[in-house]
Design a protein around this ligand. Sequence first.
Ligand SMILES: Cc1cc2nc3c(=O)[nH]c(=O)nc-3n(C[C@H](O)[C@H](O)[C@H](O)COP(=O)(O)OP(=O)(O)OC[C@H]3O[C@@H](n4cnc5c(N)ncnc54)[C@H](O)[C@@H]3O)c2cc1C
Length: 637
Amino acid sequence: MKLEAKIPDGPIEQKWSTQKFNYKLINPANRRKYNIIVVGTGLAGASAAASLGELGYNVQVLTYHESPRRAHSIAAQGGINAPKNYSNDGDSVYRLFYDTLKGGDYRAREGNVYRLAEVSGAIIDQCVAQGVPFARDYAGYLDNRSFGGAQVARTFYARGQTGQQLLLGAYSALSRQIKAGTVKLFARREMVDLVVVDGQARGIVARNLVNGRMESYAGDAVVLATGGYGNVFYLSTNAKACNTTAIWRAHKKGATFGNPCFTQIHPTCIPVGGSYQSKLTLMSESLRNDGRIWVPKKQGDTRKGGDIPENERDYYLERLYPSFGNLVPRDVASRRAKEMCDKGFGVGESKMAVYLDFADAIKRLGKSVITERYGNLCDMYKQITAEDPYQTPMRIYPAVHYTMGGLWVDYNLMSNLPGLFVIGEANFSDHGANRLGASALMQGLADGYFILPYTMGDYLAGTRFEKVDTKNAEFQRTENEMSELVNKFLSIKGKRTADEFHIALGKIMWEQVGMGRNKNGLEKALTLIPQLRDEFWSDLKVVGSGNDLNAELEKAGRVADFFELGELMALDAQHREESCGGHFREEYQTAEGEALRNDKEFAYVAAWEFTGVGKKPILNKESLKFEYVIPSQRSYK
Ligand SMILES: Cc1cc2nc3c(=O)[nH]c(=O)nc-3n(C[C@H](O)[C@H](O)[C@H](O)COP(=O)(O)OP(=O)(O)OC[C@H]3O[C@@H](n4cnc5c(N)ncnc54)[C@H](O)[C@@H]3O)c2cc1C
């Protein structure tokens, strides 16, 4: 397969504006003749559906939640980046572009990343116009704070609830279009398959989660905005419902999957507390603005954090990375935390935690300032751990948080399947092998508000469409296939629930395909995952029926897809014999324990083609060219 990234020629600063001018347009009166299906109402999906509706297209938007406001985006805490340079500390579009490429360990496209940085300022303006209550400084200007991998303050925030406020803004824009009649919302619908007619994505089949019926939706283009797949690890900071089904089933219909193994492990999460735990809680990266990370200098120290004197503490990030200190990127901070714990310096009962301490900041700024900045996060921490972070340092440990991998898309955000667009966390994205904090919200909203509305018009205007509606045989065939799948889950009548299988899969993924990966472990994963998958198909227990709301049935479908995806992730991690960003192959590291890239052999996007369950997928490579930022060994010292 020939993958064409379609990055426009010309100087990097002009690529997007030239391209926008060159895109074909559809006149306003003709837009209503086109039907677009958007799956997902998180920041990416809601912003896309609202913008396409505003342009005058007919949009059908689906979510498996009961309301668009329940999308996982609502959980985002720390903030959203834009190089407005309000802090006057030297920020610029170019610097955000540079930081993002470097932060991603040079495994992203220059053209895409520059465009992302370029449009990010407009997101803030748009959100302010919608009424998003970003934090302000004493003069009334929008306030900024710092996030990892940057030496400037460019993160706009609304306390620790930025995602919620942004989603309320996008939801308002969406609701306006629903009222105007351009957007039709279908809640409680789960997309279970993509429908491809004559090589073009022409619709989807969704299961009505309330009555169990299969429903067909036909259109001229399909947009997947279905979020990330971190829950393949079972325990993650993602909302429990996040899954891979929409993009995985599209992958099985021909869409290539980009860099599936690129997973972000976030350094500051509340450590695992017990074997019955079903999810992990993030403590936002913003806390690293004021919180200092440390471990005792003595291995196996059993004293309480507050009892350990200053000279017996190792502020290891400040020691190892004097320039960036506690604000090194996530991959670096996570690896160092693991290293400290593996060497016996961990704290707390499990010894699998390090401290994040506000004592200095409280002394310097006062408790009220810390409460103002991070109050809701401190409350959350206290409710979960019964410890008061104002009195005693927080215990934190890395946890799975975000997936940089996803369906491969070109510069126009279209997959290799004509008419299938993928936006937000669901695509393989602009973050390379490691995403910088506060850049996911930026990417999702850039895709939905400012990029897709242009690229979609160009596709529709330049494509010949045969009339396809839900009476087309392909829809009926897909509906039947999906009904059979539901019946299959219900008829196995085994002994283990989907959750039990998910926990077992997650354990393999975390141990062998997690923060540190090596050849032997990955080989082991590639043996264990198919074995467990076979057991799943013969011993699964799904209670209830297929004709009404059945959470167990929903989980069965999602876990089935996680099994297949998990295997691809292990294979991708096995083939990439280098370390880059969040993909840390233990065999490839510098003398100082940093990721050791191999640009000669691996400066490409791995885009995998599905060939059948249990069969070896085909690897396609999109090579990455760097004209502006020449890859070097990343240094945050
Ligand atoms: C705890 C936490 C905090 C975070 N904080 C930040 C932050 O401060 N800054 C930042 O930049 N990033 C942050 N992130 C990352 C960021 O929140 C996500 O990457 C981003 O919100 C994803 O948005 P999205 O629109 O792509 O997907 P989502 O918000 O996950 O939305 C997915 C949508 O798709 C729908 N859907 C999925 N599958 C189907 C299907 N098969 N059928 C029908 N509907 C489907 C869902 O119902 C939902 O509406 C955080 C992540 C976590 C986990």
